[in-house]
Design a protein around this ligand. Structure first.
Ligand code: ACO
Length: 459
């Protein structure tokens, strides 16, 4: 335990050292702070230039309004850096993704999910002893409070698992009132463990409720992914054999989903956490943000689309044409990304794993065939080439979840289990930052100007 603690302290130091490094490098060769210049109405304004460790550059406009009365306008935050961060680096042009400096391909090949979760949250790869301690601690917190099960009784059997997940995670804050203070490091560490340990149980129970099967209690002898598969698929009436290839595939899927810097759900977690809301509440909000089909919900939408194409005779060209038609709001689900404009490295890793699992099962999933045909046609099409639209992480993840026997409504819940360490890492990093402030964007008001109130009888 002592070693675990000191390791965590060291990781925090590493973050601070990194922040200091970044400050130091925000300077020109002569040692002067680097600046950009903005000219508005003839007035020249100097803006500090912030340079990241990978050479990314941003203009710091945080004092712009105080000094000039101006705000910047950037709908959808396409061009706005909300923070500096030392967790994940991605290069959309080159299709590169690194967690804490390690390439995703290497982590996916060498680590399991728990190891990557530790890396993301605490900043360094754990040594063997620390990792073992982390695993054991997680195993001891997998059970849900028995009263939590009453919630499941109350939810309709066809509730979407993401609704169940966000409600159940929010509800954890009612059971663990002993650890809600974001400023107390020990309380936060306990909440981190509780969240990581319990989310797979919460998700598996959501599935069991939907199929009317008895809930399977976690077994603390099993690894994180083994336990999840057993809670999902075992029945009390017969033995359940865990397939090690399924465990490997699940580890890999969770790893590639584990973080993706300031995406919609992570920004939501930071936004909610910035008001000093507790970690359970912040993560519950992140789950809600992830649910949408333009974000994590795309994996479910993508398989629905592939099934629709298959039922319609498998004419992929027809659907590519529909996606190009500006009078039709149909989009190819699992295609395109706000940041990746070359390829999504996660999609490549998942496609490879998908082939392996299908080969092993000796099955030919027609949905996988349709996916491959669709990818081939779309990637040769001028519309997709011009707009740099490539398959994203959600394009093949649904196919592999199908092969593992995970039902479609659970796909986004799987994404949530994978993304949890990333959300936690960002929430923790935000709280550790000396620059933390409540997130509160500005706006440009375009509504009615002041007018006389008209009493009800005169309207
Ligand atoms: N199918 C057809 N056309 C598309 C698609 C698509 N999947 N994605 C983008 N486009 C087109 C747009 O119509 C637009 O064309 P235009 O320039 O002629 O108007 C252009 O490409 C740019 O698209 P935007 O919507 O402006 O790109 P943005 O960065 O805002 O959106 C997004 C990115 C939401 C991922 C988008 O590509 C999309 O809707 N994809 C499908 C949903 C999806 O797969 N989401 C998962 C993303 S990964 C993740 O969240 C884990």
């Amino acid at each position: 335990m002592e070693k675990f603690e000191s390791r965590k302290k060291r990781n925090l130091d590493t973050q601070q050292e990194r922040a200091a490094w970044m400050n130091e490098h925000d300077k020109n060769e002569g040692g002067k702070p680097a600046v950009g210049k903005l000219i508005v109405d003839g007035l020249e304004i100097e803006l500090p230039l912030v340079v990241g460790t990978e050479g990314e550059r941003g203009l710091d406009i945080s004092k712009l309004r105080a000094e000039t009365g101006l705000v910047t306008l950037d709908p959808g935050y396409v061009n706005t850096g909300s923070t500096t961060s030392a967790i994940t680096y991605l290069n959309g042009e080159q299709g590169k993704l690194f967690y804490r400096g390690y390439a995703i391909e290497r982590l996916a090949a060498e680590c399991d999910f728990v190891e990557v979760a530790y890396l993301l949250i605490y900043g360094e790869l754990p040594d063997a002893e620390t990792l073992e301690h982390f695993r054991l601690t997680l195993r001891r917190h997998t059970l849900l409070h028995e009263d939590m099960r009453l919630f499941y009784d109350g939810f309709p059997f066809d509730a979407h698992p993401m609704a169940t997940l966000s409600s159940a995670v929010g509800a954890l804050s009612t059971f663990y009132q002993d650890a809600l203070n974001p400023a107390d490091k020990e309380q936060v560490d306990l909440t981190i463990i509780r969240l990581l340990a319990k989310l797979p149980t919460i998700a598996a129970y959501a599935h069991k409720k939907s199929v009317g099967h008895p809930y399977i209690y976690p077994s603390n002898e099993l690894s994180y992914c083994e336990n999840f598969l057993r809670m999902m698929f075992a029945l009390p009436t017969e033995p359940y054999e865990i397939d090690p290839d399924f465990v490997n595939a699940l580890n890999l899927l969770l790893i590639v989903h584990a973080d993706h810097e300031q995406n919609c759900s992570t920004s939501t977690v930071r936004m909610v956490g910035s008001s000093d809301s507790n970690l359970f509440a912040s993560i519950s909000a992140g789950i809600s943000a992830l649910w949408g089909p333009l974000h994590g919900g795309a994996n479910e939408a993508c398989v629905s689309m592939l099934e629709m194409i298959m039922a319609d005779g498998g004419n992929v060209k027809k659907y590519v044409d529909m996606a190009k038609d500006k009078d039709n709001n149909f989009r190819l689900m699992g295609f395109g990304h706000r940041v990746y404009k070359n390829f999504d490295p996660r999609a490549k890793i998942i496609e490879g794993a998908c082939k392996k699992i299908l080969q092993k099962q000796n099955t030919n999933d027609p949905v996988f065939d349709i996916a491959q045909q669709l990818e081939e046609v779309a990637l040769k099409d001028e519309y997709f080439i011009e707009r740099k639209l490539y398959p994203n992480v959600d394009f093949y993840s649904g196919v592999i979840y199908r092969a593992l026997g995970i039902p479609m409504p659970m796909f986004t819940a799987m994404f949530a289990i994978g993304r949890l360490p990333g959300w936690i890492a960002h929430w923790r990093e935000m709280h550790a930052s000396p620059k933390k402030r409540i997130a509160r964007p500005r706006q440009i008001y375009v509504g009615a100007t002041q007018r006389e109130f008209v009493p009800l009888e005169d309207r």
